[in-house]
Design a protein around this ligand. Structure first.
Ligand SMILES: Cc1ncc(COP(=O)(O)O)c(C=O)c1O
Length: 392
């Protein structure tokens, strides 16, 4: 596969458009929802399924090596050592492993933004019976924007919290939290930092270890372009022993596959959290998707997506839309939300779907989330169709 670097002049895209069958059917601008699976990842999945259909267990050694290769590729995307990465079912599972793996005492505080995705909030609310207090940080302004100062105010407003939890990128309006600054503030306060990175990983450059993030998780099916239900969890090596492995199993121990050794000696990497058999077929597809991202390069993908978001904002504003998202350099992401007068936004999203344009309605806004294979025509099609629909 040859990766091409997108420019406005050549009309090429960083991710080769021909890898995405969905691009032949849709102007697909909904990667904050569920990404269409690229063809090479479909092929990787079918290959793995075919191999196991023919040779069962005798495929495992090769696939086990592939799992470790994908772990390294995912780690590189996150900017962390591969020994700090575990495969998990989804983002919610990763969050639950932190919430239920840490030891809590009555009165421990957790700080979480308001207007979070439910899965990023519920695990901490569910600790109420252990006396854990959840303090919310209110985003600013109508569009929403969450500054590190707002977190710091909350951190300082009481005893030092045990944990700050936040989405890197908020799911509805797309504001981005500065994890490097927040990591610094958490270190100064002696507080752990957990970042739900599902709305950023795969489109934004990440250096989670350097930024001081302690825990992070993302499922495959959004910006990672992978299958559903196959995600990754980062646990900073020095924090691993803070977590009780919730599902200890054969794959958790240092001597795994030595079936006669029943000593419980946990592996000294994040793999101890995996417990049993990983989703090998899913990991094969996720690995192929991550390879595509690496081949294109995250910086190239991000600058392309950022430009498409700008294009969408300019086009939609020109037909009367209000941009709800924070488009400042520090706050922007691959998600933009707009409001328009005309049909109610959920109806507008459905009408667009009927016209072959995939976007979503979230919290009163039309949410647009392009990826590295979308092109200017996809955005023009969106703007032209919205213009027609709001006139009728
Ligand atoms: C910020 C955020 N966290 C978590 C999730 C849910 O992830 P999963 O289904 O992988 O648990 C979503 C899905 O939209 C999300 O936007």
């Amino acid at each position: 596969m040859t990766a091409t670097i997108g420019t406005a002049e050549t009309g090429t895209t960083p991710l080769a458009r021909e890898h995405f069958p969905a691009a032949r059917r849709w102007a697909y601008l909904n990667h904050a929802g569920i990404s269409p699976l690229p063809q090479p990842s479909v092929d990787a999945m079918v290959r793995r399924a075919t191999e196991v259909s023919l040779d069962g267990e005798f495929t495992y050694a090769a696939h086990s090596a592939e799992i470790e290769r994908v772990r390294s590729a995912a780690a590189r995307l996150m900017g962390v050592p591969s020994t700090d990465v575990a495969f998990v079912k989804n983002t919610t599972t990763g969050l639950g492993m932190i919430a239920n793996g840490l030891e809590w005492a009555p009165g421990d505080r957790v700080i979480v933004p308001d207007l979070e995705f439910p899965s990023t909030l519920y695990p901490w609310l569910a600790l109420a019976d252990r006396g854990v207090l959840v303090d919310r940080v209110r985003p600013e302004g109508p569009g929403g924007r969450l500054t590190v100062e707002a977190f710091v105010d909350r951190i300082q407003d009481g005893p030092p919290p045990k944990l700050v939890v936040t989405s890197w990128v908020q799911f509805g309006r797309g504001w981005r939290v500065d994890l490097a600054e927040l990591g610094r503030a958490c270190r100064e306060a002696g507080t752990l930092l957990c970042a739900d990175v599902i709305q950023g990983l795969g489109v934004l450059p990440a250096e989670l270890a350097r930024w001081g993030v302690d825990f992070a998780m993302a499922d495959g099916h959004k910006w990672l372009l992978g299958p559903e239900g196959c995600g990754v969890l980062y646990v900073r090596g020095s924090r691993l022993d803070l977590l009780r492995p919730l599902e200890p199993g054969w794959n958790s121990v240092a001597h795994r596959e030595d079936w006669d050794n029943l000593e419980l000696v946990f592996d000294d990497t994040a793999r101890r959290l995996e417990g049993g058999m990983p989703n090998v077929t899913g990991i094969a597809a996720l690995g192929s998707s991550i390879d595509l991202l690496h081949e294109a390069g995250i910086p190239a993908i991000w600058s392309h997506v950022d430009r498409l978001c700008d294009l969408a904002c300019a086009g939609l504003t020109s037909i009367g839309a209000t941009v709800l998202s924070d488009r400042s350099v520090e706050g922007r992401s691959g998600i933009v939300a707009v409001h328009l007068d005309g049909p109610p936004i959920p109806l507008l999203a459905k009408q667009l779907q009927a016209e072959g344009i995939a976007v979503s309605a979230r919290a009163g806004g039309l949410r647009i989330s392009p990826h590295g294979y979308n092109n200017d025509e996809d955005i023009e099609r969106l703007v032209d169709t919205v213009a027609t629909l709001i006139r009728t």
